[in-house]
Ligand binder design. Structure first.
Ligand code: PLP
Length: 465
């Protein structure tokens, strides 16, 4: 029997053969990202069919809390009426036309709205499709900017240890996660790496605040030596996400901004993950009143609905590219789906939801509650550190709390905890020994409490046996 697309009909006709065949096909045709496929082929894949609010539903109708915001993208829950409507309305007009030689209404309106929300000083929007390409665009603009400014020696990038900026070759070049990036080193352009402000495992063996941000001084040391050949410093402001939700000590971001200004180097903020309220402010750069020269956004831009991204630039950078055509100062870069109307309509609706529903204001009590709910976890024998910024929480599991000795990665403690959470009805995506919890911003207090209690039970279940 053929798989019936309509779950209501399927229920009445009871169509187990159809479900079985799609489960077989799920293992037969798709090569999954960041996934050991030999293992995937053996397991029963979880096939998501619908979503509503903070819940995802599989083909058997089983319900799960979306504790990873569908990999850090979802903001207002699934099937958000205003987003559904915006896309349907746009579909009645057109799905897509190009930004090469033409423009379109939702892209224009979105660009204006985005600039009105962005840190003051950002003035122009360059669209692309995903976080990695938004970062590629930032790198190429920074490089080309210095050409046009008559400083062709400024070609290098300084980035942080543990950085994650995406999976394309340029963004991998500025990445610093050995497990993901090490293998590709022969393909990458050279960058200067500097230690990251990961206080729990300080690379300078110091303690905040007595350290007086010695890690920022380390950036200055590197800048004072390399600034004549450096185009930009690249950062994930306030929190390094993929590295394990490593939150920054207060003051570091501001210092990096000041150093970039002082040494005539651009600051590229990768807000792909942190943008759109995730850290409690619209953009993480706002925590320290910083305006980057270039800013990449993606994940939450459409509320988690459509693949759309953008790189924002200052007027000064934009102006350096202006000239006669024959000067060839044009930014020769663009993608087939740049400025996609459906994506832009969703993003515009997303930003309107922030205004109409006062999302950031309503976030404050949730952020405080999350901190409260997380407290008991801090005393657990295998919890090294509990980190939080905004509605992002993460628990770093350790073998030994006193020495901070990590569990060996191949023992997969984070993954085991996520498996336990799945049994208890919540989807989590571990990062090595770190178990992050990222509820959609629309989560209610009781749902948040439930999520943290499943997180805690799951960690107990794996570490106390
Ligand atoms: C996810 C992420 C990216 C890459 O975005 P994609 O849309 O997955 O290409 C880049 N930077 C940061 C900080 C991210 O979290």
């Amino acid at each position: 029997m053929k798989y019936n697309d309509n779950p209501m009909k399927r229920k009445t006709t009871n169509d187990p053969d159809g479900i079985r065949s799609i489960k077989e096909d799920a293992r037969r045709y798709i090569w999954h990202p960041f996934t050991q496929m030999a293992e995937w082929e053996k397991a029963m894949p979880l096939i998501i069919e619908r979503g509503k609010g903070v819940y995802l539903y599989d083909m058997d109708g089983k319900r799960y809390l979306d504790g990873a915001s569908s990999l850090w993208v979802n903001l207002h829950g699934h099937r958000k009426a205003a987003l559904d409507r915006a896309i349907k309305n746009q579909l009645n007009k057109i799905a897509h036309s190009t930004l090469l030689g033409l423009t379109n209404v939702p892209a224009i309106r979105l660009a204006k709205k985005l600039i009105s929300k962005a840190p003051k000083g950002l003035a122009k929007v360059f669209f692309s499709d995903n976080g990695s390409t938004a970062m590629e665009v930032a790198l190429k603009i920074a490089f080309q900017y210095w050409r046009h400014r008559g400083k062709p020696r400024k070609t290098k990038f300084i980035s942080l240890v543990n950085a994650y900026h995406g999976d394309t070759i340029g963004s991998v070049s500025i990445g610093g996660i050995e497990l993901f990036h090490g293998l590709y080193s022969p393909l990458l352009f050279p960058t200067v790496k500097v230690g990251a402000p990961y206080c729990y495992r300080c690379f300078l063996n110091k303690t905040y605040p007595e350290c007086r941000l010695a890690c920022a001084d380390a950036v200055e040391t590197i800048l004072s030596e390399h600034h004549p050949e450096t185009a930009a410093v690249v950062i994930e402001p306030m929190i390094q996400g993929a590295a394990g939700m490593l939150t920054w000590p207060p003051g570091y971001l501001k210092q990096i901004r000041d150093l970039c200004t002082r040494y005539h180097v651009l600051l590229i903020a990768d807000e792909v993950f942190t943008g759109f309220g995730r850290t409690g402010t619209m953009f993480a750069s706002e925590h320290e009143r910083v305006t980057p020269d270039l800013m990449a956004v993606a994940k939450g831009l459409t509320g988690g609905y459509m693949p759309l991204a953008a790189t924002l630039a200052t007027q000064e950078i934009y102006d350096a590219f202006r000239g006669e055509y024959r000067e060839f100062k044009t930014f020769f870069h663009g993608h087939s789906y740049t400025g996609n109307q459906l994506g832009c309509a969703a993003a515009l609706a997303n930003l309107e939801i922030f205004e109409k529903e006062r999302v950031l204001e309503k976030l404050r009590p949730k952020i405080e509650a999350l901190a409260r709910f997380l407290k008991p976890l801090q005393g657990h024998p295998h919890v090294g550190e509990v980190r939080q910024i905004g509605l992002i929480a993460a628990v770093e599991l350790v073998k030994d709390r006193t020495t901070k000795e990590p569990y060996p990665l191949e023992e997969r403690w984070g993954w085991r905890a996520a498996q336990e959470a799945l049994k208890r009805g919540m989807i989590l995506r571990p990062l090595g020994n770190v178990v992050p919890l990222l509820p959609p911003l629309s989560v209610t207090l009781p749902q948040l409490k439930k999520m943290v209690s499943i997180l805690e039970e799951s960690i107990r279940a794996v570490t106390e046996t």
